[in-house]
Write a protein that binds this ligand. Structure first.
Ligand SMILES: [Zn+2]
Length: 280
């Protein structure tokens, strides 16, 4: 295939950021940080290895996901606790914040709501930044390991991928059948997972997570949340997932209440202001 004579000039055009964030509503991190100093634990859920559990977080409370026994990646789904149709929107979060999120960035919800569901208030892996491979931690570029892709690529029938784990957890929480719960499971925040795209072929890669026991990522629930977290069968995702091969560990989810008045001035965000007439 011959290149056009101005190919180099076309490639040399500098990129433009799709969604400049200078008009994006910003969280009041000073207020959130002050509120963090007042937290009282109200509950916890231990997510077993290769399985998932749900948890509830009232609006204005905090939740924290901690590595406990060994390096372990988690796949996180979030829903509006009162409306499962409002759920985490990985693709728009990626468009707004980039491929990975950390302190001060947010998990945004699906249309027509498009509002912050949770804000990252602390991340002990913030130091990792971007490595020499272009890898970073807590990605919104992957989807979740699932039995369909495993079957497509390897002919397997494996039942403890994050997709299936999240389905069982949501079914147990809601009373829905697995078949009815499945459409509610969505693309995840890959907690602690270290990923990127290869520079030469643009392929999605993973590498051993830098997470160690005691590391955590903490969020403020901006709306009342139902969460589900799967402790991925990939373990630290250094080698493979979608099998029982990798060493796997549990993950701890804890919920905390700030002291009364500690979040004065904060309001749970309203749904998006677009009028939804769509030109008709
Ligand atoms: Zn997984």
């Amino acid at each position: 295939m011959q290149q056009p004579p101005d190919a180099a000039a076309r490639r040399a055009i500098p990129p433009v950021i799709c969604y400049p964030t200078d008009t994006l509503p910003q969280p009041d991190m000073a207020l959130y940080t002050a509120a963090r100093a007042t937290l009282q634990k109200t509950g916890e859920t231990l997510v077993p290895a290769r399985d998932a559990r749900t948890f509830h977080v009232p609006a204005g409370h905090f939740f924290c996901i901690t590595s406990v026994d060994g390096p372990q990646v988690g796949d996180l789904n979030l829903w509006n606790a009162n409306d499962l149709s409002e759920r985490f929107y990985s693709g728009k979060t990626r468009a707004l914040h980039g491929t990975h999120i950390t302190t001060g960035q947010r998990m945004w919800s699906s249309f027509p709501h498009l509002r912050p569901m949770a804000t990252v208030t602390h991340d002990t892996l913030h130091w990792y930044g971007k490595d020499d491979f272009g890898g970073s931690v807590h990605d919104v570029i992957g989807t979740r390991c699932d039995p369909y892709t495993g079957n497509l690529l390897s002919g397997t029938q494996y039942h403890h991928c994050c997709h299936s784990n999240l389905i069982r957890a949501l079914a147990d929480e809601t009373g829905l059948s697995p078949a009815d719960a499945e459409p509610h499971v969505h693309d995840v925040l890959n907690v602690f997972m270290c990923t990127g795209f290869t520079r030469d072929t643009g392929q999605y890669f993973m590498k051993a997570s830098p997470v160690r026991p005691g590391d955590y990522i903490e969020f403020l629930a901006e709306i009342e949340l139902l969460g589900a977290l799967s402790a991925c069968p990939g373990g630290d995702c250094s080698a493979e997932h979608s099998s029982d091969t990798a060493a796997c560990h549990p993950l701890l989810v804890e919920v905390f209440a700030p002291a009364p008045g500690a979040l004065d001035g904060w309001h749970s965000p309203a749904p998006n202001g677009y009028d939804r007439s769509h030109g008709r």
